[in-house]
Design a protein around this ligand. Structure first.
Ligand SMILES: [Zn+2]
Ligand SMILES: [Zn+2]
Ligand SMILES: [Zn+2]
Length: 302
């Protein structure tokens, strides 16, 4: 099959035999003369027909009746955007699309989309509890600090990077509730197990270094300072657990979870009053207020 196809594709053999070339040539000339005469006549007829049709208005009509030609080569030159293209009268009035500009807009859109996604990823959502979460100036002052960075996932971890849990030698951490080996704090005020925090929890949740805390005879535990953000302490206040938000608050520029919570939920004295008022309001009152607010906004639109 392949060989046969190849043969047909080859050009026919040229006739260059030297016998009787003259008569052959004359024959061919005659033939060519005939064919050119025929071609001329044919073109003439087509031209006459066209003219006749144009006079009758049929030529344009016949063009309109033809289905629109598909033009594959034009697809290839889609992005060149240099020469004006044949357009229907319907879209002739429209601005030609600048594809390079369109590409730029698309790129910008992608970039914005990516930025939005990153923003979304840093968005911290703590479900609302039964009480509003607000902090006082005093609590903000009691936020801790550290002079040296505490290296996470090292103290109390084995060579493979696994945490060492030990029910006998280990100490329980007030925050993560795990009995692990490694440094733990002890509170100089309450002297209770509630003052025991592991190094990683103390650093990520309060921005303090366990070594520094243990070297400070005045150090008191987060529960004693009323800034504890562990699951149990938050629940007692009517707040929902924060979840593991350290990476996010750190990326947002906060030293710790406690710093994030207190600095973003600091209430002014007037706010505290408002919050107390809001808490005393019964739900029916709150619903009525909301309705009034909605109606007011609708009135504004109307
Ligand atoms: Zn812990
Ligand atoms: Zn304490
Ligand atoms: Zn706590």
């Amino acid at each position: 099959m392949a060989t046969r196809r190849k043969k047909t594709e080859e050009p026919p053999c040229s006739e260059d035999g030297d016998s009787d070339t003259r008569s052959e040539e004359s024959k061919r000339a005659k033939k060519e003369g005939d064919s050119s005469h025929y071609e001329h006549m044919r073109e003439q007829r087509i031209k006459e027909n066209k003219e006749r049709m144009q006079k009758l208005g049929l030529f344009d009509l016949s063009l309109n009746l033809k289905p629109p030609k598909k033009d594959p080569p034009e697809k290839k030159t889609k992005n060149t955007n240099h020469s004006p293209r044949r357009r229907s009268s319907r879209i002739m009035s429209l601005e030609p699309v600048n594809y390079s500009e369109k590409g730029a807009i698309k790129g910008q859109y992608k970039k914005e989309n990516k930025e939005n996604k990153e923003k979304d990823n840093l968005e911290i959502v703590i479900p609302e509890g039964t009480n509003p979460e607000v902090y006082t100036e005093e609590q903000e002052k009691l936020l801790g600090d550290c002079e040296t960075t505490w290296e996470l996932n090292v103290d109390g971890y084995d060579e493979d990077g696994d945490r060492i849990y030990d029910s006998i030698k280990g100490e329980i951490c007030h925050q993560c509730r795990q009995k692990t080996v490694g440094e733990h704090t002890s509170c100089n005020k309450c002297e209770l197990p509630q003052g025991q925090f592991c190094g990683d929890c103390l650093y990520t949740r309060y921005g303090e270094n366990v070594i520094e805390a243990n070297g400070n005879s005045k150090w008191t535990c987060p529960p004693c300072r009323d800034i504890c953000n562990c699951m149990r302490c938050r629940r007692e206040k009517g707040w929902r657990p924060t979840g593991n938000i350290y990476q996010k608050v750190f990326k947002l520029g906060f030293k710790s979870v406690a710093h994030y919570l207190i600095k973003t939920r600091r209430a002014e004295e007037s706010d505290v009053g408002e919050v107390a008022e809001e808490m005393s309001e019964n739900s029916a009152e709150a619903t009525r207020n909301r309705r009034t607010r909605t109606r007011r906004s609708l009135d504004f639109i109307g």
